[in-house]
Design a protein around this ligand. Structure first.
Ligand code: ADP
Length: 503
């Protein structure tokens, strides 16, 4: 009820605006009349263009049909303006009667199509309601409606107009248009009840105002025009909601849903990946751990055989025993390294403030023999305290320094451990002047079991750098190498200053 009181308020306000405009516009009457008429044409055409272009996304046949209706109404209103007496003659000589007849046509076409639109839904008549068909049909109807007014004016005028006023014919036309529009409003009200689509309320309001405007027009031309433009504007609002706002809302909702689904899927995949990764790590750990025991037995019995029976059977047997002992020991080492690799993820300790200098001292102590043998000299910058698993950090230094010693050239190795602050990270480097690495292998050497040399040249299983990478990754950092063959290598790694463990 409150809604209709508001609507009545709007109608009254527009009516009185037109009424006062008509009172005060003595000298500029024609200009203002033209302005109010053009307002109607403008709103009608803007309804048409909006629904026309929005159709690409909205695919709303109901809106498109109403849009095409307003193209027609716009054209007829324009013809009405062209036919006003003070305008230059439009094909035949202008007269108020000619203008009135175009207006009558607009009124009746609007009522017919509005009534038809009640039966059209979002996806009705797909073969008939599409842009090319409606455009051709609108032009055809517009042309058809020009012919009688231009060429049979003499016959039509007595039927609809007497003198300067509407005759009973015109009143009959108005009555028919009103009945059709009121029936359309009634049907739309039912549709609103059924579907709850809010835009229909605006459409009904617009149609009510248009109906009122038709009656007002007879006595108060300005108010009639302004009310008609207002009614059209309400219809514009309704169609804006159904063909622009709603489709975009739906689009945004769909996008939202899609994004949420993708995020959810990603989360699930990540969880699944983490679970299978953990499982794999545990498997590698358990397998290598359990393999150790029987292998230890094989090795010790092979060594026993070597001790007892070497040089007792024959030369061939001695060689076979050597091969067997060698193979078994290598396998033991491999399994040990594998165990170390899988321990990084499964047996890591929590991060605590760790003094890098004492960790480095511990790594060097573990490498004492290799350092002595090679005559290695190790220097370092003042190293900071970081949040880390100290055992793993020591292992990291030990592997990198161990490699720097192992892959030296003829001269005793000079190894430097440097530190720099880079944003939120500590950037460590381990620099040597050894044999260097061809940069095309810079990525590969960090993969498990990847080596660039035969085991005869340099011992090792190809796990050391893979362990380093895993440790650095667990600490939330990155590791990489820069090197020039023959000149030496620098291994860089970062440790975040304030971040905890990356899971
Ligand atoms: P391993 O030392 O057991 O071979 P790593 O994973 O530690 O395995 O190293 C992989 C490969 O990277 C080595 O075989 C070697 O070719 C190369 N590499 C590692 N560190 C250095 C270094 N400081 N100088 C030259 N080459 C290196």
């Amino acid at each position: 009820m409150r809604h209709y009181i508001k609507l009545f308020g709007i109608i009254a306000a527009v009516f009185f605006s037109g009424y006062f405009l008509e009172l005060v516009s003595e000298s500029a009457r024609e200009h203002i009349e033209i302005f109010t008429e053009i307002l109607i044409v403008f709103v009608a055409f803007s309804i048409f263009t909006m629904t026309w272009y929005a159709y690409g996304k909205s695919r709303d046949n109901h809106s498109l049909f109403l849009g095409a209706t307003f193209l027609n109404v716009g054209v007829l209103s324009l013809l009405h303006i062209f036919s006003l007496s003070f305008m230059p003659d439009f094909i035949t000589s202008n007269s108020p009667q000619k203008a009135e007849l175009f207006w009558g046509e607009a009124m009746i076409f609007l009522a017919i199509f509005i009534l038809a639109s009640v039966y059209i839904y979002h996806d009705s008549l797909p073969g008939f309601i599409n842009r090319p068909v409606l455009l051709i049909l609108s032009i055809f109807i517009a042309l058809l409606s020009i012919i009688p007014v231009l060429f049979f004016l003499d016959h039509l005028v007595p039927m609809f107009i007497s003198g300067n006023r509407a005759s009973s014919g015109m009143l009959l036309l108005l009555a028919a248009a009103t009945v059709m529009t009121l029936y359309a409003i009634y049907l739309y009200a039912r549709r609103l009840k059924r579907t709850g689509q809010k835009n229909i309320q605006f459409l009904m309001d617009g149609l009510i105002i248009v109906t009122v405007s038709n009656f007002v027009y007879f006595s108060y031309e300005f108010s009639g025009h302004l009310l008609m433009a207002t009614g059209f504007y309400f219809i514009h609002l309704s169609l804006y909601r159904s063909s622009v706002e709603l489709p975009y809302e739906k689009l945004a909702e769909a996008e939202d849903r899609l994004r949420k689904d993708a995020e959810e899927k990603l989360k699930q995949t990540m969880a699944e990946l983490m679970r299978s990764n953990k499982e794999l790590e545990e498997f590698a750990y358990v397998a290598s751990h359990d393999l150790q025991e029987p292998l230890r037995m094989v090795v010790s019995y092979l060594q026993l055989i070597e001790k007892r029976y070497k040089s007792r059977i024959d030369a061939d047997a001695d060689e076979f025993i050597d091969f067997a002992v060698d193979g078994a020991t290598r396998m033991q080492r491999l399994i040990n390294d594998l165990l170390t690799y899988s321990r990084v993820g499964t047996q890591g300790r929590p991060f605590v403030p760790t003094d890098c200098e004492s960790v480095l001292r511990q790594a060097c102590a573990n490498l004492e023999i290799a350092m002595k043998e090679s005559g290695a000299v190790i220097t370092h910058d003042v190293l900071p305290e970081v949040m880390a698993d100290s055992g793993q950090l020591a292992q990291l230094f030990q592997n990198l320094i161990g490699n720097a010693i192992k892959f030296r050239n003829e001269k005793p190795p000079e190894i430097h451990i440097g530190i720099e602050q880079k944003g939120n990270d500590w950037l460590f480097c381990v620099r040597d002047h050894g044999i260097g690495i061809d940069m095309q292998y810079a990525e590969r050497i960090f993969h498990i079991f990847q080596r660039l040399h035969g085991k005869k040249e340099y011992s090792g299983s190809g796990i050391g750098l893979a362990v380093c990478k895993k440790i650095v990754k667990r600490h939330g950092g990155r590791i990489w190498v820069e090197s020039e063959p023959g000149k030496g290598s620098t291994f860089y790694f970062t440790i975040p200053k304030e971040r905890g463990e990356r899971i």
